[in-house]
Design a protein around this ligand. Structure first.
Ligand SMILES: Nc1ncnc2c1ncn2[C@@H]1O[C@H](COP(=O)(O)OP(=O)(O)OP(=O)(O)O)[C@@H](O)[C@H]1O
Length: 270
């Protein structure tokens, strides 16, 4: 096995990191390094270890073998899967965001904190919802509230577990656009997703995970039939449109798209 040396300037590096629960190995010899300007999507089937990988990067789990190297003082924020959240917790959007700041002032924010939170909520397009109970938000609004919470920590690295699950296509686009802006402003982002076409294909770098890293690279490199079959354990057909890969759910014909599957290549006839 080749163990990765932490590259200079890397925010977090996993080197030969293995991790499991109750003796069962879930992640095997993971080599992964996150740079300050990275925007990475982690894809893989249910149970492939995506959330466990986030826990290692976040530091809430420790590998049984291998190492995690973190830049000293690194500010990391985590956005959990929406379904893991207790939405009956009796707080407003503003209070929920404020709770991300563990200052002595809780529950009495300073004027500056109030201003900062309202600015963040406005930026995320949910400023008008500040005094609403969190249970009364749509999926897309809930997601933005959690991004607001994360941003209040002023992270250098943002880890997100399936940030677009349960949100409609417009909200998904808005969330991805916002994340792209944050990344351009200097926040490294690593997210997990099950949405290969709507999310993964549009990110600059992907990691395919199935207990181990199957492949890492551009969407074109990772969303190949060979890598996807190894990752998901089933053959998948991949088309390409304007340079963006597109995975077919079923083996359908799509005449205007060019095929890149292992079974055929070149432009498909209409
Ligand atoms: N706290 C835990 N205790 C025991 N086993 C766990 C625990 N958390 C996860 N696992 C197991 O570890 C494996 C990987 O889980 P993980 O949540 O990392 O996968 P995932 O890729 O994020 O899945 P999903 O896409 O369904 O969220 C699964 O088999 C899961 O059952």
């Amino acid at each position: 096995m080749t163990v990765l040396d932490a590259p200079r300037g890397a925010l977090v590096t996993l080197a030969g990191a293995s991790f499991g629960y109750d003796g069962a190995v879930v992640l095997d010899e993971i080599n992964l390094s996150i740079a300050a300007d990275d925007f990475i999507g982690v894809v893989g089937p249910s149970g492939s270890g995506k959330t466990s990988l986030l826990r290692l990067l976040l530091g809430t789990s420790t590998p049984q073998r291998g190492t995690v190297t973190r830049q000293p003082g690194l500010a990391v924020a985590y956005v959990p899967q929406l379904e893991t959240v207790n939405w009956n917790f009796p707080v407003t959007v503003f209070e929920c965001v404020l709770m991300a700041r563990t200052t002595r002032t809780w529950p009495w924010p300073t004027k500056a904190e109030r201003h900062e939170i309202h600015q963040i909520l406005d930026r995320l397009g949910i400023g008008q919802l500040a005094s609403r109970h969190i249970r009364e938000l749509s999926g897309g609004q809930q997601q933005r509230m959690f991004i607001a919470r994360a941003l209040l920590r002023r992270p250098k690295l943002l880890l997100m577990d399936e940030p677009t699950t349960g949100v409609d296509v417009n909200s998904r686009h808005d969330v991805l656009h916002l994340l792209g802006e944050l990344n351009a402003e200097g926040v490294a982002i690593l997210l997990t997703t099950h949405d290969l076409n709507g999310v993964a294909a549009h990110l600059p770098r992907l990691v395919a995970l199935h207990g181990a890293i199957i492949a890492s690279g551009t969407p074109q490199e990772v969303m190949s039939p060979a890598v996807l079959e190894l990752t998901y354990g089933a053959p998948m057909e991949v088309l390409e449109h304007l340079g963006i890969p597109f995975v077919l759910d079923r083996f359908e014909e799509a005449g205007h798209l060019s095929r890149t599957s292992g079974r055929a290549s070149g432009r498909a006839s209409a």
